[in-house]
Design a protein around this ligand. Structure first.
Ligand SMILES: [Zn+2]
Length: 66
């Protein structure tokens, strides 16, 4: 079951809630105001740039213009 993170648009209270269905009417528990659903940020977006991190042309005999 997905847990979504919400941010109240009225008092900026941030909370997460277990949502059973798409039609769940989520309101701020503090002020009963309207909330905005935030994107779930698990482990997406951390791009380890290993493959594109080759060392520069280091090695013997690389000079062709001496
Ligand atoms: Zn609120």
């Amino acid at each position: 079951m997905p847990i979504y993170e919400y941010n109240c648009e009225h008092c900026s209270y941030k909370f997460d809630k277990l949502v059973m269905s798409h039609n769940t009417d989520v309101k701020c528990p503090l002020c009963q105001g309207g909330v905005k659903k935030l994107m779930s940020t698990f482990s997406v977006g951390h791009d380890d740039n290993i493959s594109g991190n080759l060392p520069p042309g280091v090695g013997p005999g690389m000079c062709t213009n001496c």
